[in-house]
Write a new protein. Structure first.
Lengths: 185, 480
């Protein structure tokens, strides 16, 4: 049994069972069958999007939207503070006799700052959460999962009949199955 | 969802429920009754809001005559020489005389029934708004083809039905402009004076714009443009119909539709601004805003998306459009959200450019609107941006049919008000209110519009059964 030295955000760092599919229709049926058996699918890696898989295996709604909101709020506060300090406190200038306080000319800066921080913040946190912040690490369970194979990863839990799971995967069209032992790093 | 779960695609035929028929007719009747009461209660000594006394003498002679006396005063007073003194007094009371760069906002009349100005102005707003909304239905249809969008092919009959309404409000618009031209547009009135550069009351700006802002142009150019839009629209509609009866897998009609849509989009982009300039911006003929065309587009486009969303939700609630699910509804909500923000962006930036530059003659658009009708000005922002923005930000609101429908209706009302607010302070100056006539006029047209859409939907199958992307639309998924 191969040792898994890859960080896949496993829950318990147990052994994982891997099934490889060639056809997405068969994969969707297999995912249904596995979930119906009460088996928790850790993740499915596909080279192209397969619609509906996220719902079948119960992927939770992304928290990216909340992160985006907080980033935007940060940007807004940052910009208001910045203009307020520059324009009101530090160096008030008479421009076209406009008042030295909040004026409509602040709005574009506030808007752009909000958008900038949201965009960069979302990018940063997305890559950070996906462990891709500085470089893409080789996390492939099967070399062909970025090419034409669809890979299912199931983390074993206590009391799971592993042989039965492997048999189910094979009967549902898995062209290959393998096992990895996760290690704690 | 999955490919393993096939959804059967079958044709649906919509028949308008008696309830819908009655409802739209009742809305129309209520609208007509309110309009009638509104018209009956207009004070005949006013132009609808502001007191005038009617003079309809020979304009030229009078203008020239009074121009001699008004040498030092604002030149406009001269060319609008038959201005009622009571109107001027009323304006001076409001203290906005000196804020008008080109003289006081004078209220004048050139017809026997000055009070009718309010009727024509209301018809102008209703006609213009519903023409533009119907046109933006066709714009929706065209961008779906041009962008090769698949998800919307299951609802494409709805915008197809919406655009067919164009001729009805456009005829109303032409009638309103024909009847009330001289009171709605002071350039049209100025045109009759035939002043030369040496005459008193000669207006350099209006004279400079006369090549574009003149009566033949006002009627002929929009009519030509509407004819072009309708021609392209009917072509697209014919292709869509041909596709229904063509053998499955035949993409000839689809490819032709893409080319035609792209053509339409180019024409649309140039022409929608022209219509906005001619009918709405020319109400304040001395003023101009380079962003005005796109501002009008934003207003009508958000309304058109809302109309599409509300119609889809209605059909869905009646058990039609079996292929449409929460995913499509969610995307319609996103469209509404995105262009609500777009509208607010344009709305603000039109103001901002003028605010930055601080040029007095550019202020004349905002002066009667922001200074004298502040509540309406801010209400416009809240109905059309703040309220829908906060609701549509939530995923749950976009996926809730009732909330989305209410916001859709609010947006249509809000943007009708937006157009109303572009026109009325320009025509009447101070003292405008929303009366029974305004409410009634909106209800009449809204009821007619709803009836027209639903009636038109009956005429062909609700599902574009041979659309090459229909299956993509069926399995459309915006994710968890």
């Amino acid at each position: 049994m191969a040792i898994l030295d890859k960080n896949l955000s496993l829950r318990n760092r147990n052994k994982i069972l891997v099934g490889v599919w060639e056809d997405e229709d068969a994969l969707v049926d297999a995912a249904h069958a596995l979930v119906d058996k009460g088996i928790h699918i850790h993740d499915i890696y596909t080279p192209y999007p397969v619609h509906g898989l996220d719902r079948i295996i119960g992927v939770k709604r992304s928290k990216l939207a909340r992160v985006a909101f907080l980033c935007g709020l940060t940007g807004l506060i940052l910009m208001v503070t910045m203009i307020w300090y520059m324009y009101v406190i530090d160096w008030p200038i008479n421009i076209g006799n406009k008042p030295v306080r909040f004026t409509p000319s602040w709005i574009p800066v506030m808007f752009e700052g909000t958008v900038l921080c949201t965009a960069y913040g979302m990018g940063f946190f997305f890559f950070w959460r996906n462990r891709m912040l500085f470089a893409v690490k080789n996390d492939l369970l099967d070399d062909r999962q970025t090419d034409d194979r669809l890979v299912v990863a199931i983390e074993t839990v206590e009391g799971m009949n592993e042989a039965e799971v492997v048999e189910l995967m094979k009967s549902k069209g898995a062209v290959e199955t393998k096992e990895f032992q996760a290690v704690c790093k | 969802m999955g490919h393993g779960h096939h959804i059967e695609i079958k044709q649906e035929t919509f028949s308008m429920p008696a309830k819908a028929k009655n409802f739209t007719l009742i809305v129309m009747v209520i609208g007509l009754v309110l309009s009638g009461i509104g018209i009956a209660t207009i004070d005949h000594n006013t132009n609808g809001f502001v007191a005038v006394s009617a003079h309809h003498d020979a304009h030229t002679a009078e203008a020239k005559h009074e121009g001699d006396h008004a040498a030092g005063s604002a030149k406009h007073e001269a060319h609008e020489g038959h201005v009622a003194s009571s109107a001027e007094a009323a304006h001076e009371e409001h203290g906005n005389v000196e804020t008008e760069a080109f003289g006081p906002r004078v209220t004048y009349t050139s017809q026997d029934k000055p009070w009718a100005t309010r009727i024509w102005a209301n018809l102008l707003v209703a006609g213009y708004f519903f023409t533009m909304v119907s046109l933006c239905g066709l714009f929706w249809y065209a961008i779906q083809y041009a962008a090769n969008a698949g998800w919307s092919s299951s609802i494409k009959r709805v915008p197809e039905a919406i655009y067919t309404f164009i001729p009805v409000p456009f005829v109303v618009l032409l009638i309103a402009v024909f009847m009330g031209k001289n009171d709605l547009y002071h350039w049209a009135h100025y045109e009759h004076l035939h002043l030369g550069p040496n005459d008193a009351g000669y207006d350099k700006i209006l004279a400079g714009k006369a090549g574009f802002l003149n009566t033949p142009m006002l009627f002929i150019l929009p009519s030509v443009l509407v004819a072009i839009w309708l021609f392209l629209g009917s072509k697209l509609r014919a292709l869509s119909l041909a596709e229904d009866s063509a053998p499955k897998g035949d993409t000839t009609n689809f490819r032709k539709s893409i080319r035609l849509s792209a053509t339409f989009l180019v024409i649309f982009g140039f022409t929608i601004s022209i219509v906005a300039w001619l009918f709405i911006m020319s109400v304040d003929a001395h003023w101009y805003s380079t962003i005005f065309g796109i501002y009008n587009f934003a207003t009508s486009w958000v309304s058109a998306i809302s109309v599409i969303a509300v119609t889809v939700l209605y059909l869905k609630s009646q058990g039609y459009l079996g292929l449409v699910n929460k995913e499509h509804q969610h995307d319609l909500g996103k469209f509404m959200f995105a262009f609500t923000v777009f509208w607010a962006y344009i709305w603000l930036f039109q103001y901002l450019l003028i605010w930055y530059a601080h040029i007095p003659e550019e202020m004349m658009y905002y002066q009667p609107r922001f200074e004298n009708h502040k509540t309406m000005f801010l209400a416009n922002f809240f109905i059309n941006f703040a309220m829908p923005f906060l609701f549509l930000l939530m995923r749950s609101a976009k996926r809730n049919s009732n909330i989305l429908a209410v916001i859709g209706v609010m947006l249509v009302i809000g943007h009708y008000f937006d157009v109303w607010f572009m026109v009325f302070p320009g025509v009447f100056g101070n003292g405008i209110t929303i009366g029974l006539l305004e409410v009634g006029m909106f209800l009449t047209f809204a009821g007619l519009f709803a009836f027209w859409i639903l009636n038109n939907l009956q005429k062909r199958g609700l599902v574009a059964i041979n659309h090459p992307y229909l299956e993509e639309s069926v399995y459309h998924d915006t994710g968890v």
